[in-house]
Design a protein around this ligand. Structure first.
Ligand code: ISJ
Length: 376
C-alpha cells in the first residue's frame, strides 16, 4: 500500500496545478470585466453559467463527482464575478452613489413626526434623538408618519423597528418599502412598562387591560399570571392610558410608561410589568432626503432574491467575501408573490468603504431587487 506521505505529495502537486489554472482563469475574467465595462453588459450571465455547469458535470466519471464539479465551478464562477464587481467598483460604477454625504444631520425646520399621542415611547425616542426642545408632532398611524415625512410636512419621522423581547415590528418594515424614505439615524430606548389605573383603583378591581400589541407581547408572562384579565389592543401605549382616563372605569388598566401615567393622571398599580428587564426598543429616524453621515457605521438594505435554491446563500456570500460583519437579517413576505420573501439586512460599514461598495455592486446585479435603505 502506498504510504500517506506519498499520496499527499501527489495531492500537493495537483493542488499547485489547480491554483495555477485558477489564476490563469481569473486573469481571463479580469479581461472579461474590461470588455463588460466597455459594452455595459451585466457581469452575471446565468445562461452561460448554466451551460458551463452542465458541460463540466458531464465530463465527470460518476454522479458523485458530477455533483462535486457542479459545486466547485459554481464557487469558481462566483469568485470570478466578485473579482469583476471589484473592477467595476474601481471604475466608479458605484452602488450607493445617490447618497448625499453630510457631517451631521440638519436640524428639523418644521417638525419631527411620531405615532401615537404625547407620552408615547416614540415621543420619548424623538426627544432623546433630537433633544427635548425639538418640535414634535403626533400622527395616528405609522403610515401617517411615513407620509408626513415623504410629503415634506415633517422633516424626520421616528418609528419603532424592533424590540429586544417581542422582535421585529413587521408593519414598519413593510412601510420602509412602501415609502421611499431613508433611514438616517437610530436610537435605542429602554422600555419599562407600568400597569396604570384610575386614581383609587387597586389590582383586584382590574378586569380589562389595554395596550399596543407590542406592549401586550412584552408583558405576556405577566398577563398570563392574571388569566381573568381581558387583553385589548389599541394603536399606542400612551393612547391606552388616555382611554382609561377618558372611560373613567375603575376596572380598566393600561400598559404604558410611567410618563404616560403622569400625563394622563393615572396611578401606577404595578411596575415594571415587562417580562424582561432588558426590554429595549430600537427606533429608526427616517428622512425624505437620502442623507448619509460621513461617520456612519451601519448600512441597512432590503433585497429580493430569485425563487431558486441557493439564491440567498449567493447574496450573503458577498458580505463574507468582502469581510463585512452582518448583524441582522429579517424577512417579510412579498404580498404579490405567494411564498416569496424580501430580506432586510443590517451590516457594519460606510457606503464609502471599498468592501461595502464591492458587496453592494454584486448584490445589485444578482438580486431581483436591491434598495439601500440608509447608512447611519
Ligand atoms: C466570466 C464571465 O462572467 C461571469 C462568470 C462566468 C465564469 O466565471 O465562467 C460566467 C458567466 C458570468 O456570469 C463571463 O461572462 O464569461
Amino acid at each position: 500500500m502506498t504510504d500517506l506521505g506519498t499520496i499527499r505529495q501527489e495531492i500537493d502537486e495537483i493542488d499547485r496545478g489547480i491554483v495555477e489554472a485558477f489564476e490563469k482563469r481569473m486573469d481571463l475574467c479580469r479581461q472579461v470585466a474590461e470588455v463588460k465595462i466597455g459594452t455595459g453588459k451585466a457581469v452575471l450571465d446565468r445562461g452561460r453559467e448554466r451551460e458551463k455547469l452542465e458541460t463540466l458535470a458531464a465530463l465527470a466519471s460518476d454522479e458523485f463527482n458530477a455533483h462535486g464539479v457542479t459545486e466547485l465551478f459554481s464557487q469558481i464562477m462566483a469568485m470570478s464575478r466578485k473579482l469583476q464587481y471589484r473592477i467595476l467598483t474601481e471604475h466608479g460604477k458605484l452602488a450607493g452613489e445617490e447618497f448625499v454625504r453630510t457631517e451631521g444631520l440638519p436640524s428639523p425646520e418644521h417638525c419631527v413626526a411620531y405615532q401615537g399621542v404625547e407620552g408615547a415611547y416614540s415621543h420619548a425616542a424623538a426627544c432623546r434623538f433630537f433633544g427635548e426642545k425639538a418640535a414634535v408632532k403626533a400622527y395616528p398611524k405609522w403610515a401617517d408618519v411615513m407620509q408626513a415625512v415623504a410629503s415634506g410636512e415633517a422633516d424626520y419621522g421616528v418609528l419603532p423597528l424592533a424590540n429586544s423581547s417581542a422582535g421585529m415590528v413587521n408593519d414598519v418594515y413593510d412601510l420602509l418599502i412602501e415609502y421611499r424614505n431613508y433611514i438616517v439615524g437610530e436610537v435605542e430606548l429602554k422600555v419599562e412598562h407600568a400597569l396604570l389605573g384610575l386614581p383609587g383603583a387597586t389590582l383586584p378591581d382590574i378586569q380589562e387591560v389595554y395596550s399596543h400589541p407590542q406592549g401586550l407581547m412584552q408583558c405576556a408572562h405577566y398577563l398570563d399570571r392574571h388569566p381573568d384579565w381581558n387583553r385589548h389592543s389599541v394603536s399606542n401605549t400612551a393612547l391606552s392610558a388616555k382611554k382609561v382616563l377618558e372611560d373613567g372605569k375603575i376596572f380598566q388598566a393600561a400598559i404604558a410608561s410611567r410618563l404616560a401615567g403622569e400625563l394622563y393622571g393615572l396611578q401606577v398599580l404595578e411596575s415594571p410589568v415587562n417580562d424582561s428587564d432588558k426590554n429595549t426598543t430600537r427606533f429608526i429616524v427616517v428622512c425624505r432626503k437620502n442623507l448619509c453621515r460621513t461617520d456612519a457605521g451601519k448600512v441597512s438594505i432590503c433585497f429580493e432574491v430569485p425563487h431558486e435554491s441557493g439564491s440567498l446563500y449567493n447574496i450573503l456570500s458577498h458580505f463574507i467575501y468582502n469581510n463585512i460583519n452582518m448583524n441582522k437579517i429579517e424577512s417579510r413576505p412579498i404580498p404579490e408573490k405567494k411564498w416569496q420573501y424580501r430580506f432586510f439586512v443590517d451590516f457594519d460599514g460606510n457606503l464609502a468603504d471599498a468592501g461595502v461598495q464591492n458587496a453592494l455592486t454584486g448584490i445589485r446585479q444578482e438580486a431581483a431587487m436591491l434598495r439601500i435603505l440608509g447608512n447611519y
